[in-house]
Design a protein around this ligand. Structure first.
Ligand code: NAD
Length: 510
């Protein structure tokens, strides 16, 4: 693979930078009662980069109790939207003032390239600003047509205590797709970041305090899914779980949360397809496919891990994708020019390779890559840009979320076939279509079983535009007005007014 654009280590010494993280419970930083800690080893540099308190059920229970008390006290849930917005806007400013500090730790823990991590952290501030704008526009309904002596209103009230559980692939961004919206609604929260990327959540906790968020409104518990996430998904004082992660854990949470009938919002995995018609701008489409395949080291829920290309252009299009893939800069995440960094764990790197080998055993062929990538001076957690061709719909490479820099190529003859192939998985997160014919784009968009469809572009997102998954990619929506609405309970208030007496139910027989 020495014709690839590989960037070796830039000589960074991360061992000096070990981050120490504590829980944030009721406004105070705390270690675990047991004294237990866990460490994160940098995927790219192979050294310990953070050491954090490892939560148990005791810390999870304490955090939930703090969130419950804060919610019931009204210190946040009953103040005005204007006051809540003021705090959220301060958080946005503080995020921007701390971008570099947060970015560095995110790179070290996740293995993603520094330029992408910086974009993720600085871009997240916009979610806080947009959520602040929503905080002031909450309103329900009124009913003035029920008769002269009746009036009713439908109030929107914060749902209560929300457990927020996040994954490792976009730790700061995904938290910012949830927390500001929950806070804008007036909810109180308990947050658990992934055990692989705890630091940026802790740093955000510091900023929340600095911005003046009252104690107990946002609590953070560090540690593993079991026990911390389990307690957060089952505790009777939690009203809602907002989860982003794998479909496997999402299903588990849905099951255990049912015991107390708490609301569950799930953002899960994807096997997203881009469909390319012959009349598309093929250079643009190829670049977007390469971006969709390798962005965030291919570990992206919205990764376009499948393409479905018209047979007439398949050979030419794959050649363009392979040529562009060779120019993508793989290497040290600390290098500003790197575009693809390290895989999150050695076990996951091995899993990616297993998927690729299984695809080959099932009849797929390699047009590029197909094995681990050696980057001088860094860990063995890198994988080559990989393009699999001759993939058929029944193969794992067409069905499973591989979550690495691996593209599966399928072909089609007709729009019908393209729609069937795109919809032919259990997932339904996103899809894309490339054509200069808007009728084709619209027809595909209307028939794609996906929460988001991009036409002649890929992975553009805005706080205003809601996001979420169909089928086994999730339930509920995040960001935008629809995402904001998830954090409310609706209450009907029916009032008798005026002097007229209510018709009596008990009447005396005469
Ligand atoms: P994961 O499901 O393994 O873990 C996610 C979080 O759940 C972590 O914080 C983990 O500690 C916690 N967890 C694990 N077991 C738990 C349990 N029993 N109860 C409660 N919490 C538990 O996912 P991951 O590997 O961190 O992230 C990758 C996955 O996330 C991929 O499938 C990806 O597609 C998905 N994802 C989806 C979106 C989206 O918006 N749809 C965005 C990013 C990532």
């Amino acid at each position: 693979m020495n014709d690839l654009s590989i960037r070796a280590s830039v000589g960074f010494e991360p061992a000096k930078e070990v981050f120490a993280g504590q829980h944030l419970i009721d406004g105070a930083w705390a270690d675990s009662a047991s004294g237990a800690t866990f460490e994160r080893v940098s995927p790219s540099h192979g050294v310990v980069v953070s050491r954090c308190a490892e939560g148990s059920a005791a810390e999870a229970n304490a955090a939930i109790a703090a969130a419950r008390t804060a919610f019931d006290s009204g210190v946040w849930s009953r103040i005005s939207g204007k006051e809540r917005a003021a705090v959220l806007l301060k958080v946005a400013d503080l995020i921007e003032a701390n971008v570099e500090r947060i970015t560095l730790q995110e790179v070290l823990e996740s293995g993603k390239p520094i330029a992408q991590a910086r974009g993720e952290v600085s871009g997240a501030a916009d979610h806080w600003r947009y959520a602040a704008s929503l905080a002031r526009g909450v309103h329900g309904d009124s009913h003035d047509t029920l008769g002269a002596d009746m009036v009713a209103m439908v109030l929107k009230q914060p749902i209560g205590v929300v457990s927020i559980i996040t994954p490792w692939n976009f730790p700061f961004w995904i938290l910012s797709q949830k927390l500001p919206y929950a806070l804008a609604a007036g909810c109180t929260c308990v947050v658990k970041p992934s055990e692989m990327t705890p630091a940026s959540t802790v740093m955000l906790g510091e900023l929340l305090i600095e911005a003046g968020l009252p104690a107990g409104v946002c609590n953070i518990v560090l540690g593993y899914g079991d026990p911390v996430g389990s307690v957060m998904s089952t505790h009777k004082d939690v009203d809602m779980v907002s989860f982003t992660g794998s479909t496997r854990v999402g299903k588990l949470i849905s099951k255990v949360a049912a015991e107390t009938l708490k609301k569950v919002a799930l953002e899960l995995g994807g096997k997203n397809a881009q469909v390319i018609f012959p009349d598309a701008d093929l250079d643009e489409a190829a670049d977007a496919v390469v971006f969709g395949t390798y962005f965030n080291v291919g570990q992206c829920c919205n990764g376009s891990s499948r393409i479905i290309v018209h047979k007439d252009i398949a050979e030419d299009f794959v050649a363009r994708v392979v040529a562009l893939s060779r120019d993508v800069r793989f290497g040290d995440p600390m290098d500003e020019a790197t575009q693809v960094g390290a895989i999150v764990t050695a076990a996951h790197n091995a899993q990616i390779h297993k998927h690729v080998q299984a695809a080959q055993a099932a009849g797929a062929k390699l047009a590029l890559g197909g094995g681990p990538l050696v980057v001088d001076g860094l860990s063995d957690q890198f994988y080559q840009p990989t393009v699999l061709i001759d993939v058929s719909a029944d193969m794992g490479a067409a069905q499973d979320e591989i979550f690495g820099p691996v593209l599966s190529v399928m072909t089609f003859d007709s729009l019908e076939e393209a729609v069937a192939l795109a919809n032919g998985t259990d997932y339904g997160l996103s899809a894309g279509v490339w054509s200069s014919n808007m009728h084709i784009c619209l027809e595909f968009s209307r028939r794609a079983e996906a929460g988001t469809v991009w036409t002649n572009t890929w992975m553009d997102g805005y706080p205003e535009v809601t996001f979420g998954g169909a089928k086994q990619s999730g339930q509920g929506r995040e960001i935008g007005r629809y995402g904001f609405e998830e954090f409310f309970e609706v209450k009907s208030v029916v009032m008798r007014v005026g002097e007229k007496s209510r018709a009596r139910w008990v009447t005396k027989e005469t």
